[in-house]
Each structure stands twice: as structure tokens, then as C-alpha cells.
Design a protein around this ligand. Structure first.
Ligand SMILES: C[S@@+](CC[C@H](N)C(=O)[O-])C[C@H]1O[C@@H](n2cnc3c(N)ncnc32)[C@H](O)[C@@H]1O
Length: 249
């Protein structure tokens, strides 16, 4: 029950935000421009889409239907509204379900996009689960929180051991991707400035809006979010998001 209330507060904190995690439209478009050519009518999915920052970039880029999956209804409603406002609702098909329990046929995805979400299944777990869904030669772009150095100061190491012990280096994550049956085409790092401009700065504003009326659960969520932000402020050279460009082999 308390866990549900915590998740609901986390969802409320991230509502009315363009993104629910770090990312950047220009960076995403650049990554999409690097991908091998897709089939004429590619089947494209955005897993853990949130309110659809990535979905809308995919819809605009490929002008085809994007299946946008998230288990949080409020984010999907926001995605629908945003797609309508941009005249792109005919290109977005939302699916409210668990991205770790999809009943899709094997080989049915040409491009799998998942930004800031795979960690919920763990990077290795997500890739292992999603690999059979990939069409022959299908491409996956999956971002994952990643160590940028081997020399990790104790406070940030401890923080991540507690928050997400699976965090690993790009080399280790590349090995995990290979073990799941993907070839690693490339790895690109999201800039620190994208974290601030597109995610943390709006999140700080949102926390300031909610703080005066926050109940104890929302206060806890805000406190933990502030700790996360402080960690990144101090250690953005030690960790960040890497985007793994993968091909099913
Ligand atoms: C950090 S947010 C990223 C959202 C979006 N991709 C973005 O970059 O703005 C992670 C998203 O994954 C969703 N999520 C987490 N676990 C999930 C699961 N098992 N199935 C479906 N969605 C999930 C959350 O509801 C949330 O919207």
C-alpha cells in the first residue's frame, strides 16, 4: 500500500513535465540519423514512454505509427494530449501495460526505443526479454545509467549501490547486450547540460510548486529527488546516461 502511494507520488511529481527522465530532442534525432536503414513500413515501439518525449520524436522522424508502452495511465493521457496538440495523434498508439510482459509475436519489432526506462527491468533483464521481439536485423536504442570512469568516489558509489546496484561501465553493458544476442553498433553519451535543461531544472520547479501542499509521502519523494539531483551536481563526470545502439544478430 505504502509502495503504491510512493509510486503515485512519484508519478504526480513527474506529471506536467515534458520528460520523466534525462534526454534531449536534438540528441535523439542525431542518434536516429545514425541508424541503419529500416524497412519501408517499420514497426516501431517506445517502451517506458512516459508522456512521450521520445515517441513524438519517433513519430515526427518516421511519419509512421509508434506503439508507446507505459504502465502509468496518467503519463499516457498526457502523451495523447500532446500528440493531439501537435496533430500527430494518428501516429501514436498507446498501450497501458508492463513492458516486461508483452504478448507480441516474436520478430515483430523493427525499431525498439527505450529511454530512461530499461533499468526498471535491469538493463540485462530488459535486453534479454526484448531480444526475441526483434525482427531479423532489427535495431534497439536503449539508454542506461552508466559509470563513465573506473575511478568512482565512495559517496557516489554508495549512493548507486543503494539506488541501482546493476549500474555498470559501457564495456560491461556492451557485454550484457552481446550476451542477450545483440551486436553493439555504437554508444553515445547524453550531455550533462541535457540533464539540467530538459529534466532537472523543470523538476526543481515542479517540486517547488508541489512542496507547499505536499503530504508526508510527497515530502519523502521530493527529499529523495533532491538527493539524486545533488549527487548528479557533484558527480556528473562519474556517471550519466549512455545510449546503446544495438542490432539483433
Ligand atoms: C524515467 S521514466 C522515462 C520516460 C520517458 N521515456 C522519458 O524519457 O521521458 C521511466 C518510465 O518507465 C515507465 N515504466 C517503468 N517500469 C515499467 C514497466 N515495467 N512497464 C511499463 N512502463 C514502465 C514509468 O512509468 C516511466 O514512465
Amino acid at each position: 500500500m505504502e509502495q503504491d502511494q510512493y509510486i503515485n507520488a512519484l508519478i504526480e511529481l513527474h506529471c506536467e513535465m515534458e520528460r520523466q527522465g534525462p534526454g534531449d530532442e536534438v540528441f535523439s534525432k542525431h542518434i536516429l540519423s545514425l541508424l541503419p536503414e529500416l524497412p519501408e513500413k517499420p514497426r516501431i515501439v517506445d517502451l517506458g514512454c512516459g508522456s512521450g518525449a521520445g515517441t513524438l520524436v519517433l513519430a515526427e522522424t518516421f511519419n509512421t505509427t509508434i506503439t508507446a508502452v507505459d504502465f502509468s495511465g496518467p503519463f499516457l493521457v498526457e502523451l495523447e494530449n500532446r500528440a493531439k496538440a501537435k496533430g500527430m495523434d494518428h501516429l501514436v498508439q498507446i498501450l497501458e501495460c508492463d513492458m516486461g510482459n508483452l504478448d507480441w509475436p516474436a520478430g515483430s519489432v523493427d525499431l525498439l526505443w527505450s529511454e530512461g526506462a530499461a533499468y526498471n527491468l535491469t538493463f540485462a533483464g530488459a535486453l534479454k526479454y526484448w531480444r526475441p521481439l526483434m525482427a531479423p536485423g532489427g535495431i534497439a536504442v536503449v539508454s542506461e545509467i552508466t559509470w563513465f570512469t573506473d575511478d568512482i568516489p565512495e559517496p557516489v558509489f554508495e549512493y548507486w549501490q543503494n539506488a541501482y546496484p546493476e549500474i555498470a561501465s559501457e564495456n560491461e553493458n556492451a557485454k550484457r547486450a552481446e550476451a542477450a544476442g545483440f551486436k553493439v553498433l555504437d554508444v553515445h553519451r547524453l550531455s550533462s547540460s541535457a540533464w539540467w535543461t530538459n529534466y532537472y531544472d523543470p523538476l526543481i520547479e515542479r517540486m517547488n510548486t508541489l512542496r507547499p501542499s505536499a503530504d508526508t509521502i510527497m515530502q519523502d519523494v521530493i527529499k529523495e529527488t533532491e538527493e539524486e539531483i545533488e549527487m548528479f551536481r557533484n558527480y556528473d563526470d562519474i556517471y550519466g546516461y549512455s545510449f546503446y545502439l544495438l542490432k539483433g544478430v
